[in-house]
Design a protein. Structure first.
Length: 343
């Protein structure tokens, strides 16, 4: 047995281990998958074969998981009601499995769920197009547990351009985009800049009065991909006291589609070197119709990533920051900023 892996497992047992983004409810919604049951890890690219479920979240030492609320134009012509239906399904699932998991609407609720030995789950809306151009929808979704909003997804919307666009539709941030960010700041919701085109990214960051974050992305210096962040973006995130959740999808990490655990840690190291160790987190994108790096087939294998950080000389205190403490700080600061926000 690898002594570093044993040390990593022990570290997971005592630490807040948190992942910012998994799309597990795509399979729950469209295939009726039961997340209470342990599933086999996918081999390569196998959509609907889950990377996550309650037994494997526990086996991997996860204490908290961000769950994506997804309703793209490829799935539905009317994203807002579709998102509301998925959110209702999430609530039913959480209630059905209340002995093992609990919805966390605040950092305090996350800590309480953890203390009770439950997996704390929090919801992120993947694309503000689900608001349907109605700023009142921000509070409606927030009250029902959507604690962060990714401003864009695959397409440009009423707020910003998407990183998928070769030529951005929107240069900067629309007035509706400013309204949405202002409302998120007022409520204590988090602004997520994953999927946002550079043409809009800096304007959105500057519009927020609270720390922002990137739920799932990587370093463009290591892999020149439009979904990844330049060093300038990393430095700006740090200036705003935010974090970047490192995605595990090999195509965003390397030109080699068979990247491994070490490649993920390469991006963690790079972001830490540019932005500082306080500004990097985990943003796997489990169950998001992606494949995983070699050596990291599912959430149960997550201690292998921590073992690789320890192998490279990460202090345990710094590893704990990456594993969850950094994001919890950002969330707390956003909630604190909301208390002083003008009503």
């Amino acid at each position: 047995m690898d002594p570093l892996l044993e040390r990593a497992r022990a570290l997971h047992a005592e630490s807040l281990v948190l992942d910012l983004h998994a799309d597990t409810f795509l399979a729950v919604h469209f295939r009726g998958v039961d997340i209470a049951r342990r599933h086999r890890a996918p081999i390569g690219w196998m959509p609907w074969m889950l990377h996550c479920d309650l037994p494997r979240w526990k086996e991997g030492g996860l204490k908290a998981q961000g769950l994506g609320l997804v309703a793209t134009k490829l799935m539905t012509r009317d994203p807002r009601p579709h998102a509301a239906q998925t959110l209702a399904l999430m609530h039913r699932t959480f209630e059905k499995n209340a002995a093992a998991m609990e919805l966390a609407k605040s950092p305090e609720a996350l800590e309480a769920a953890r203390a009770a030995g439950k997996l704390a789950v929090f919801v992120g809306m993947e694309g503000a197009h689900m608001y349907g151009g109605d700023v009142s929808a921000v509070e409606w979704f927030f009250e029902r547990g959507v604690v962060y909003t990714t401003l864009a997804h695959f397409f440009a919307n009423e707020l910003v351009s998407s990183s998928n666009e070769r030529v951005p539709t929107i240069d900067g941030l629309t007035s509706f985009g400013r309204e949405v960010i202002r409302e998120l700041n007022r409520l204590g919701g988090l602004v997520d800049l994953a999927h946002v085109h550079e043409a809009s990214w800096f304007a959105a960051l500057d519009a927020s009065t609270a720390p922002v974050f990137v739920s799932h992305g990587a370093a463009r210096a290591l892999r020149d991909h439009h979904r990844n962040l330049t060093d300038e973006q990393l430095r700006r995130i740090a200036e705003r006291r935010g974090v970047v959740g490192v995605i595990f999808f090999p195509w965003f990490l390397s030109w080699n589609p068979f990247a491994n655990v070490a490649t993920v840690v390469d991006h963690i190291e790079h972001i830490a070197s540019v932005a500082g160790i306080d500004h990097v987190a985990l943003g796997s994108d489990w169950d998001g119709f992606v494949w995983m790096p070699r050596g990291l087939p599912d959430v149960a294998a997550l201690p292998r990533l921590t073992a690789e950080m320890l192998r490279r000389g990460f202090k345990e205190a710094d590893a704990k920051k990456v594993l969850g403490e950094n994001f919890l700080r950002v969330w707390r600061e956003a909630r604190s900023a909301a208390r002083s926000h003008p009503r």
